[in-house]
Design a protein. Structure first.
Length: 374
């Protein structure tokens, strides 16, 4: 993940900064759990310590670190703390969540129209990968991973509402069709996982489907290399990566190579304390890997990332909400592999609000509907 261009991101950055200021103004310290407040303070201290006190190039790169480097990304990763603390402080939580989700949904429907228009007329402005032969249209998004995660969340949100009889199947199919036009592998991966989950866990005919999916999984596993190679052969873009790149590198869009570079970076630049509190951006050529399974470790260290992930998971997942937890787990898995989950303010906001929407319309509603259908 390269540093975001200063010229391209300043206007959007101002909007994000205004949002954060609004959230801060709504936080009531008396309503925040001391345990979670301490976790937030520790994470911030870890970040300041490993950047200002331990970073060997801080004194000569501090401006870049603040505007588009370490603190730019720390701000994005730590946004979830502001959102959670603000949410806890609100008195009309359910109303804000439902109205916010409606607004986001309307915006994504509008963008879906742009995606379909872009795919129909091959409009460069709406392409996922402009000036490239690679297929994909993401509308007004200019970051394919973020667009992928947003539409994955939209599908999860719509699927859940379909399960509890709040929307029809055709509504879900429209978003699935739109999402496939974005053209990223993570969306295909997500749709395979979601379909498998639906037919083997949720469907009334799950027992029959379990046998079918078990056989299909074995076949896919056996012929996985041929299947992936066939997929890459379909599109001219991937022929550019044939030379010097393995099938694994193409599957992960060379993220595996960046992971290896990150491991070398850690070995070269870290001391013992960095393994506890993290330490990115100690070199001018440092790149943050676009796989959220590893990014928190590089940024916050092993102890810091445990605290960070604990805070997020406690506020997303809830006991006895089996369907909700399973759907959010699929989303997190996609984010772990593709990135743009923890570091995206819009993705984290959408995820957090969907989590609480599912809490409002709980799993008990789903069980009641299922019993009525059967």
């Amino acid at each position: 993940m390269h540093f975001t261009s200063f010229e391209k991101s300043r206007i959007l950055g101002i909007y994000k900064l205004l949002l954060e200021i609004i959230l801060i103004c709504t936080i009531s310290k008396n309503k925040i759990s001391r345990k979670y407040f301490i976790i937030g303070v520790l994470i911030v201290l870890f970040a300041v310590t490993n950047q200002v006190l331990l970073n060997p190039i801080w004194s000569i790169t501090w401006k870049k670190q603040l505007l588009e480097g370490s603190f730019y990304y720390y701000n994005r990763f730590l946004y979830i703390f502001l959102l959670v603390f603000a949410y806890i402080s609100w008195s009309n939580q359910n109303k804000i969540v439902i109205q916010s989700l409606k607004a986001i949904e309307y915006l994504l429907i509008l963008n879906a129209v742009f995606i379909i228009i872009g795919a129909s007329f091959d409009i460069q402005l709406f392409k996922t990968y402009p000036n490239s032969s690679r297929f994909g249209y993401d509308g007004l998004f200019n970051r394919q991973n973020q667009a992928s995660m947003i539409y994955i969340l939209l599908i999860v949100f719509t699927y859940y509402r379909m399960i509890i009889n709040k929307v029809k199947l055709y509504y879900l199919l429209f978003f699935i069709f739109t999402a496939t036009l974005i053209g990223t592998k993570v969306i295909l991966f997500f749709l395979i996982i979601l379909s498998s989950f639906h037919f083997t866990v949720v469907s009334k005919h799950k027992n029959a489907f379990r046998l079918l999916f078990s056989a299909s999984f074995i076949l896919i596993f056996i012929f996985s290399e041929q299947i992936f190679q066939y997929y890459f052969d379909l599109f001219p873009f991937w022929q550019n990566l044939d030379f010097g790149h393995s099938l694994i590198s193409k599957i992960f869009s060379t993220r595996d190579l960046v992971l290896l570079q990150s491991i070398d970076y850690v070995k070269t630049n870290w001391n013992l304390i960095n393994y506890i509190i993290g330490g990115g951006w100690y070199a001018n050529d440092f790149r943050l890997i676009e796989m959220d399974a590893f990014a928190p470790i590089v940024i916050f260290g092993f102890v810091g990332s445990i605290l960070y992930l604990y805070f997020i998971f406690v506020h997303l997942f809830h006991n006895k909400h089996c369907l909700k937890n399973a759907l959010l787990a699929i989303v997190v898995l996609c984010g772990f592999l593709a990135g743009s989950f923890f570091a995206s303010i819009m993705v984290m906001t959408f995820t957090y609000f969907i989590s609480h929407y599912m809490t409002i319309y709980t799993y008990r509603n789903y069980e009641t509907v299922t019993k009525q259908k059967s």
